[in-house]
Design a protein around this ligand. Structure first.
Ligand code: MG
Length: 264
């Protein structure tokens, strides 16, 4: 009795998929806006991907990557601007004001959210289907994470998607009964299910996540008061969010090396 159970978020905690999502977005942007993206060479594409690492914390839904890559291109090449939205805008400005900018650019560019969601999903699926190894290679595990999972003595739960990548990229196999399906709903629901299982009674519960909003949702649930909550500083969150998290007593801020140590 008295062991530890870890529920681990995937993207931004175990794996950095920002390269993958940014390249998927550039592929989709070439289809949606060929006249604008025709001029993008390899160097410019790399610049876009680099900036996307800074902007990744604002992305909630995949299609937003598509909006961001076009906006970045408009910052870089003023002559392609189709509206005044990007005039005077900087990468930091996008980071600060994305929630307000998003509806404005959809309107100014006359784009439909659902169509972009559909296109982004289709492009990614085709990439996985036709060039699986290239797609896999665009994802990476954060340093030390795969080894820590492999040798961990704690009970660990990861998503089905994380399991597939762990096997492909790092040769690490997690027992299938310790994998939670992505289809099982929001994190709050998954945590309730995990703590309710008879075999988990007496364990200490830990949840590691990189999205502050998700941790705040957990805090709102009195039923989940027994969970230790961690915000992974290496993931997709901003300095401002990390500062906010420091003021929330339930949340512990975690560095990557400390995370790997904890799992062991
Ligand atoms: Mg995440």
């Amino acid at each position: 009795m008295g062991g530890d159970l870890y529920a681990l978020d995937f993207d931004g905690v175990l794996c950095d998929s920002c390269g993958e999502s940014s390249l998927s977005a550039v592929k989709a942007a070439k289809i949606r806006w060929p006249s604008i993206f025709n001029e993008v060479d390899a160097a410019l594409e790399q610049w876009i991907v680099d900036q996307m690492h800074i902007l990744r914390p604002v992305v909630e839904t995949g299609y937003e990557n598509l909006l961001l890559v076009r906006l970045l291109l408009e910052l870089r090449i003023p002559s392609i601007r189709k509206s005044s939205v990007s005039a005077g805008l900087t990468v930091d400005g996008i980071l600060e004001n994305w929630l307000e900018l998003k509806p404005v650019i959809l309107k100014e560019w006359v784009e439909d959210r659902d169509c972009l969601i559909d296109l982004f999903g289709r492009v990614r699926d085709e990439w996985i289907e036709h060039e699986f190894s290239g797609w896999i290679g665009a994802n990476r595990f954060y340093p030390g994470v795969a080894e820590a999972l492999k040798f961990s003595s704690s009970t660990i739960y990861i998503s089905r998607f994380a399991d597939a990548l762990l096997r492909e990229l790092a040769g690490v196999i997690i027992p299938s009964d310790r994998i939670y399906g992505l289809g099982t709903g929001p994190k709050v629901k998954v945590l309730k299910q995990l703590q309710g299982r008879p075999e988990h009674q007496g364990l200490r519960f830990h949840f590691v996540e990189d999205r502050l909003a998700t941790l705040k949702n957990v805090i709102k649930e009195p039923e989940l008061d027994g969970w230790n909550l961690y915000l992974g500083k290496w993931g997709y969150n901003t300095e401002k969010e990390r500062q906010e998290a420091e003021g929330i007593t339930r949340i512990h801020l975690l560095d990557l090396p400390d995370f790997s140590m904890k799992l062991k």
